[in-house]
Design a protein around this ligand. Structure first.
Ligand code: MG
Length: 301
């Protein structure tokens, strides 16, 4: 079972995909609250709100969709024509992991890190499944794809112990950590931060789905792959991560408070390569679906 954010001509909302089909969860939840006689019904229009309320679970989906009153309206709740929005659009932060796969650290001629390396990516870089990755007209140097498994924080935490870290995760998604590679290398060579190379508008495609954590028994046993125009460039198992998810979450939370909706991207495996105008990039994680984006070079006006 998967959540997603959607919009149609008239509205935006939360959708769910189950074995039975694709449903408008915002309306299903309204119906459910009505059936239960909720005194203060809440409107669940955004996944970030659902995450904040602690409702990001397969259990919630089951409970709502199996309610007899909701079931009796099932046909009306089916979603047909819609566009995917990013599952989370306004996180307080996006944190990326650097060099978290040995073979990738090697291909960029870096040493294997002794403790997690993390960096920020601007939340304004977020874009959705099927949207264009836009390379500015003035940027003629190398831009790379980076296929990654990302996690979404479910509750506020600071100094989170490793043993408790998994309980702070609401779910998982796919993220393409698009990077202006030449600019990043140049900045590194000058001991400058590489924030700008990661943070161009549209350089953070994410989604299309938010998979609730209780649907992912082992996030370190997932197959991740990336193709450009159908040709495979990256394939790895998330078991190859150097720092595992509990350690990553615990480590980052020593420095900053993690908030619901925050995105932590766990790093890319080997096989990063340049992307150019017209390319179609597809990132797939087993059971998660596929995140697809076209690359467009901005026209100079
Ligand atoms: Mg990355």
């Amino acid at each position: 079972m998967k959540f997603f954010s959607f919009s149609t001509e008239e509205k935006t909302g939360i959708g769910v995909e189950t074995k039975e089909g694709i449903f408008n969860f915002t309306e299903a939840f309204d119906t459910y609250q009505h059936a239960k006689g909720a005194r203060q019904p809440v409107s669940l229009n955004f996944l970030q709100v659902l995450v904040e309320m602690g409702y990001c679970s397969a259990n919630t989906i089951k409970k709502v969709l199996s309610d007899p009153w909701v079931r009796s309206r099932e046909e009306r709740l089916r979603l047909t024509e819609f566009r995917y929005n990013p599952p989370i659009e306004r996180p307080t932060k996006i944190i990326g992991l650097g060099r978290n796969y040995r073979a990738h650290a090697k291909e960029l001629k870096h040493e294997i890190p002794k403790e997690p390396i993390f960096f920020a990516k601007s939340p304004s870089a977020i874009t959705s499944h099927e949207a264009d990755i836009v390379i500015p007209h003035w940027l003629d140097e190398r831009v790379d794809h980076e296929a990654e498994l990302a996690l979404i924080i479910g509750k506020k935490g600071k100094n989170i112990p490793e043993e408790e870290a998994m309980s702070y995760i609401a779910g998982y998604t796919i993220l393409n950590d698009v990077t202006a590679r030449a600019m990043q290398k140049e900045d590194l060579a000058h001991n400058s931060p590489w924030f700008r190379s990661k943070s161009f508008d549209t350089f953070c495609p994410v989604g299309p789905f938010l998979i609730p954590a209780d649907e992912v028994p082992d996030p370190h046993a997932l197959e991740i792959s990336l193709t450009i125009n159908g040709k495979e460039h990256q394939r790895a198992s998330t078991s190859e991560m150097i720092f595992k998810i509990p350690e990553i979450v615990s480590y980052i939370s020593k420095f900053m408070t993690l908030s619901p909706g925050d995105i932590i991207s766990t790093g890319t495996p080997q096989g990063v390569s340049p992307i150019k105008h017209g390319d179609v990039i597809e990132v797939t994680i087993t059971g998660f679906g596929t995140l697809r984006n076209r690359v467009v070079k901005e026209q100079q006006i």
